[in-house]
Design a protein around this ligand. Structure first.
Ligand SMILES: *Cc1c(COP(=O)(O)O)cnc(C)c1O
Length: 404
């Protein structure tokens, strides 16, 4: 079992009061809080080894470079990539997806097809629309059913030898639904399509195994898994990263530059132009260590308990509708109360110290599907408690009384 009080003590922000009430932070799907060890590591970097990486022979530059590469190695081990050079540092999931979509501009021809799902974050829709606009490729969309699950038979029907890339999230940020990505990856490979998995919502809850999944790309953000903002990872299979052209040109990504011709650096540097978020990358390694020390098995078990408890307690509320009713779900509850705008509930419960997200969660197509303006989304982390869930349920009931 997890010692939740001990874990909570690792997160200084959790002992704050907001609007005079103890903070109940249920907006983990937007960004997670940071443990002191992560905050300390960021400070320590700037106090002790700050220097630019890869460029200098001097000692600090070596120390910074080594620490950055150690962090890359930690990520490689964590996601079980085959090579460290398949792990690219990015500024976040959005950056990683855009890098791949941009690379496919040189691969797609008019009439080729890109398959996305209706469950995607705008970050995993818009770059593909832009790709299709530039190349004349066609965007195909996997539909969902009323439970918020992908309709897999429809996915099967979308695939053909025209399909060049399939891109879906591992876990939906708006509903918490876990998608059958292993099936999707294997099936897409039968027609020779590449597969990108948007893992932004998965990595806080589980440890992805990219070799076992056999995905071609896996993108995620550091800030949703206890790491700093402005950090992220794009995993890409070596053969694909060799095939794709660089995303940005600049320093650090070249072998040789002349005005006649520039040759590009080897992986991973080909995709890491300019000075990266050095501190952030190193500290992302610290965050991953921290999570692994707690253990993803324990995190999974505890968060499931929170999910079940929250679902049961929220269902006591008259007129509630929960979106995403499926067995395979992460610790996210997205809901509405009959006749009340989600924003109004969110505003009232904020006054009671409870932080949830209200709105479309950067996933407007899902809201359109359910014909709603948005939902109230409570997303739980391993540092949350059942008492906090009780506080939220009471607050929602109070808001309901005030608003009806
Ligand atoms: C948060 C999120 C993104 C975008 O991540 P950024 O860190 O903002 O780049 C993309 N997809 C999903 C599913 C997300 O939850």
């Amino acid at each position: 079992m997890l010692d939740i009080q001990k874990i909570r003590a690792d997160f200084p922000i959790l002992s704050q009061t907001v609007n005079g009430k103890p903070l109940v932070y249920f907006d983990n799907g937007a960004t997670s809080q940071k443990p002191q060890i992560v905050i300390d590591a960021e400070v320590k970097y700037y106090q002790e080894i700050n220097a630019n990486i890869h460029r200098g022979v001097h000692t600090l530059s070596q120390l910074a470079t080594d620490a950055y590469e150690v962090a890359r190695g930690k990520v490689k081990d964590h996601i079980n990539a085959k090579f460290a050079h398949e792990v690219l540092f990015t500024s976040g999931t959005t950056h990683g997806i855009n890098l791949v979509a941009n690379g496919f501009v040189s691969i797609l021809k008019p009439g080729d097809e890109v398959v996305v799902s209706s469950l995607e974050h705008h970050s995993n829709i818009v770059p593909w629309q832009m790709l299709c606009e530039k190349t004349g490729a066609i965007l195909k969309v996997i539909p969902i059913n009323n439970n918020g699950e992908l309709i897999i038979e429809e996915f099967d029907k979308l695939l053909s030898d025209k399909t060049k890339i399939v891109t879906v999230n591992h876990i939906s940020n708006a509903l918490g639904v876990i998608n059958p990505i292993k099936y999707i990856i294997d099936k897409a490979h039968t027609v020779g399509a590449a597969v990108l998995i948007d893992g932004a919502q998965a990595v806080p809850h589980l440890k992805p195994n990219v070799q076992e999944l056999d995905c071609d790309f896996y993108a995620f953000s550091g800030h949703k898994m206890c790491g700093p903002t402005g950090t992220g990872i794009l995993y890409g299979k070596e053969e694909w990263l060799n095939k794709l052209p660089p995303y940005q040109g600049g320093g650090e990504m070249i072998k040789e530059v002349t005005f006649e011709k520039t040759t590009y650096a080897d992986l991973p540097h080909k995709f890491e132009a300019g000075t990266p978020n050095i501190a952030g990358g190193i500290v992302l390694g610290t965050a991953i260590d921290y999570l692994n020390e707690i253990g993803f098995d324990k995190i999974h078990e505890y968060e499931n308990e929170l999910l079940e408890y929250a679902t049961k307690r929220l269902n006591e509320i008259e007129g509630i509708r929960i979106y995403g009713n499926t067995k395979n779900k992460a610790s996210v509850v997205s809901f509405n109360i009959d006749g009340i705008h989600p924003y109004d509930i969110g505003s009232i419960i904020d006054k009671l110290g409870i932080a949830v997200r209200t709105g479309h969660h950067c996933a407007q197509p899902i809201m359109n599907f359910f014909c709603i303006p948005g939902t109230i989304r409570a997303s739980f982390s391993f540092y949350n408690t059942k008492e906090e869930i009780d506080a939220m349920v009471e607050a929602v009931k109070k808001a309901q009384t005030m608003l009806s």
